[in-house]
Structure formats: C-alpha cells, structure tokens
Design a protein around this ligand. Sequence first.
Ligand SMILES: O=C(O)c1ccccc1NCC(=O)[C@H](O)[C@H](O)COP(=O)(O)O
Length: 291
Amino acid sequence: MPDVLTRILAAKAEEVAAAKAARPFAQMRAQALAAAPARDFVGAIRSRVEAGRPAVIAEIKKASPSKGVLREAFDPAAIAQSYAAHGAACLSVLTDTPFFQGGAGDLKAARAACGLPVLRKDFILDPYQVFEARAMGADCILLIVAAFRLPGGAEGAGPSSRRAPGYDLARLQALESAAHSLGMAVLVEVHDADELAAALTLTTPLLGINNRNLRTFETRLETTLDLLPRVPSDRIVVTESGILAPSHVARLRARGVHAFLVGEAFMRAPHPGVALEQLFFQGGMNETPGA
Ligand SMILES: O=C(O)c1ccccc1NCC(=O)[C@H](O)[C@H](O)COP(=O)(O)O
C-alpha cells in the first residue's frame, strides 16, 4: 500500500482535474482577481518575531490522517474568533476534504469571522489551485516540497547524489510566482536537508519545518532543531506539528524559533483560543499576547 502522502497527492491530482472540468481556469482566475485584497501574512508573523514574541499560526482542522477526528463540535467561525481573541498571529485552515474533512467553506467562514490573515492548508500542485485559493479568500498558500520530488530524485545512492536537489524546482517556483502575483504569501515546507536545499531556491521568507514525517507520521521536534543551522538568517523559521506542551515551546524558543504552526493541541481543547494562550503566553516566559 502506498504511503499516505502518495495517496493524498494522487487523490489531489484527480480532484484538480475534476475542478478544472467543472469550473474552467478563466472563470477561477476572474474570481481570484475579484476577491477582497489579501491580508499581510508575512507582516503578521514578522512583526511578532522581530519583537521576540511568539507568532502563532493557529490551525483549524477537524481531522487528520494520523489522528482521526480531532474535534466533533467543529465551528470554524467560532474557532477563528477564539484564536483572534487570544493572540494568534494568523490562521491555517485545512481545505482538503477526503483526508482532513475540511473545505473551502471552512476557510471562508473563518476568515469572515476575524481580521487575521489565513493560510490555505492543502496540497497544492497546480496553478489552478493557487487561483482557487485566492478566490476563496486565502492570504497565503502552503507549498510542501516533498510533493515535488522527482521519481528517483533525492534518494540517490551515495552522499553526493543525496545532496542533489531531486525536486521539480521549476514547478515550485512557478507556483510561488503565481501566488505572489495575486498578492498572497507562500509558506514553503520541508522535512529534511534535501528538501531545505530545494526550498531555498524560492524567494519567500517563510520557511516551515514540519516535525512530522508525512509518510510515516513520526513526529520529532529535533527535525526543526537539527535543520536550524542550515537556514539562512533572512528566512523566518516556522516550526510545524507536534507542539503540545509549554516545554516544547520553551525548547524551540531557546534556540531562536519564534514562529509556530499548531493544530492538534488546540483542536482537542474545549476552548481553542484559551489553549493557545495557555501554551504560549502563560508559560515560563511570562508573555502576554500583545506585549
Ligand atoms: O497530520 C497529519 O496526519 C498529516 C498527514 C499527512 C499530511 C499532512 C498532515 N498534517 C499536516 C500538518 O503537518 C499539521 O496539520 C500541522 O503541522 C499541525 O500539526 P499538529 O499541531 O501536530 O496538529
């Protein structure tokens, strides 16, 4: 059986083909160009990080392949308001349906309920999806480098071939350009050194390091800590996944990581915003959301 990322990407390619047939590109483009202006996703993160405060991208997801259903009573608008009231910098909203039980409606409802910039969390492979993201109101898209691995690419035999990019850089760069042309930001996501080398060919300052291996689900904070020395100082590291306790936050912040993408810890809590405040602003570092 193929791993889950392979299955998600295959399903996504079919989904995009069906979407294009149902709503042609010209129509999607017109909708994207007519959307309300994008909110400043990078600025919301940068301002906090440069002030030495945590920048929290708070995720709205009903379910995930690794954890199943995380939240039965799922109200994206109420969750977004709760996050905004308790110090989130931005939102991340899952729009994939088959694997995460999300949808475009979740993103629209969350964005309409608050003033925060919103990341469309999905598996973007095609320019059509970039226009679709803007049409639904997204302010940022996610590009997962692992989704652009070429057949036989980064898994070469020896040390030198492992350093070869092995990724479809032209396609990654074209998707980034499309997002920027629509005023959206890009969060590029990596999990290892080969993916990082590929990600650094993009211009976006937002570099996500996913602590979760999307093929095996193994989740280790050391993924972020080990890659940190290889990240140039002009990039803002966003550590993603598996951040569940104040000790995790303290460990990463002690190494200079101040931007976080968190889902499960908030989705399982009765009040997601309160959980955010407890995780980031009531720990040992005695922060307050606006201080
Ligand atoms: O979470 C999964 O099971 C998953 C499986 C396959 C591809 C992506 C997946 N998750 C996306 C994410 O990485 C997380 O939603 C995000 O980083 C937040 O993680 P967490 O705080 O651990 O919910």
